[in-house]
Design a protein around this ligand. Structure first.
Ligand code: 4AZ
Length: 298
């Protein structure tokens, strides 16, 4: 069955939903559903972003590469999530060193950056909105930003919208969570990865994450921690702005519950990845997009 047929079938069955989009009214749908049966992933996750392996084409169809014309090789600056045909959710700290936003563009629908393929679309930035209370001096508090694209993208099997949770989603109960991106694949590497990497991660209790042997009070209530107590698998430099995604408890679609923000090194024990908790910024996102909510993605 072609990817397109699969998407149409899923749409017809009403397996996922969204409110803000013109991409068929759906979000969080992966073109190729995965089998989560016993053994599909081992305890450590089958793949990882640090030290990892490649994803299949169109695995995470809302993950975008934010690029800058002056960055050598692939141009990759940060990850982001397509949450509306014309809006990308990302991290505020990605733009610290960007003085001219017209040099920034977004590649949507690609898996391999050096060979984006016919499914990829490129858009420039109409506006950058950084959270008004983003605080780089306070452990990147409110590390969230939105990019408005110059033109809407067209959804396809390669390009789908992410689902943005509101405060009603019980994030801590979600089990199947993943990170993905083009960030460094070893803690020491400085360059990004050509092929998108993914890893299964566990959400880590904030109290544990903030305890004295871990992040010792640096974690805000608007953060999430995800990874493994022993480290090994984690997001890394270049994954910033990209999504922490969890499968809904009932249906086959994914929520973008976090935006990759920071961490002490990569993949170190008791120093997991730190994410901006998207549900805490649901209303901020709506306001920035100027949406009169047609409802909420609940
Ligand atoms: C970074 O510099 C970065 N291990 C992103 C994620 C993590 C660390 C650093 C988490 O973009």
């Amino acid at each position: 069955m072609s990817l397109l047929c699969l998407l149409i079938l899923q749409a017809a069955c009403g397996l996922a939903h969204s409110t803000w989009d013109n991409c068929g009214g759906y979000c969080g749908l992966r073109a190729m559903p995965y089998d989560y049966g016993a053994g599909a992933y081992n305890y450590y996750g089958m793949t990882r972003v640090v030290g990892g392996s490649n994803v299949q084409t169109a695995d995470w169809p809302w993950l975008v590469s934010i690029q800058h014309m002056w960055i050598p090789d692939t141009g990759h600056l940060c990850g982001g999530s397509l949450i509306h045909p014309q809006w990308v959710l990302t991290a505020a700290h990605c733009f610290t060193d960007v003085s001219n936003i017209s040099l920034v563009y977004v590649v949507i629908g690609a898996t391999q950056l050096t060979q984006p393929g016919p499914g990829a679309q490129v858009r420039y930035i109409r506006q950058l909105r950084i959270h008004q209370y983003y605080d780089p001096g306070n452990n990147l508090k409110n590390d969230i930003a939105l990019l408005e694209l110059d033109e809407p993208v067209l959804c396809s099997p390669y390009i789908q919208l992410a689902c943005v949770p509101d405060v009603n989603l019980r994030v801590s109960e979600l089990i199947y969570c993943f990170v993905a991106g083009w960030g460094a694949t070893t803690a020491r590497a400085s360059s990004s990865s050509d092929v998108m990497q993914e890893a299964m991660v566990h959400l880590i209790d904030l109290k544990l994450c903030n305890s004295s042997q871990w992040y010792a009070g640096k974690i805000h209530t608007n953060n999430l921690c995800a990874g493994y107590p022993q480290g090994t698998i984690d997001t890394c430099q270049g994954d910033s702005g990209g999504p922490l995604m969890c499968k809904d408890t009932v249906a086959d679609y994914y929520w973008v519950v976090g935006v990759t923000s920071w961490g002490k090194g990569c993949a170190r024990a008791k120093q997991p990845g730190v994410y901006t908790s998207v549900q805490h910024f649901h209303d901020w996102i709506l306001v920035q997009m100027g949406a009169s909510p047609y409802g909420s993605a609940s």
